[in-house]
Design a protein around this ligand. Sequence first.
Ligand SMILES: [Zn+2]
Length: 61
Amino acid sequence: MRYVAVVCPRCGKASAARLDAKRHQCPYCGYVMQVESASIIAVGSARAVREAVVRHNTQLG
Ligand SMILES: [Zn+2]
């Protein structure tokens, strides 16, 4: 199973979604985005994507 780290266009936070998912709901603000048209910052294993999500959200301060 591969995952993607997507950035929410509404709140700017990253979260992990399954690569084969059509839609993904932001866990922070509830926004529902299309995975294929979302801003993807990482693709790979669950661990790699989780690290990318943490790194992105940490940089937001
Ligand atoms: Zn959001």
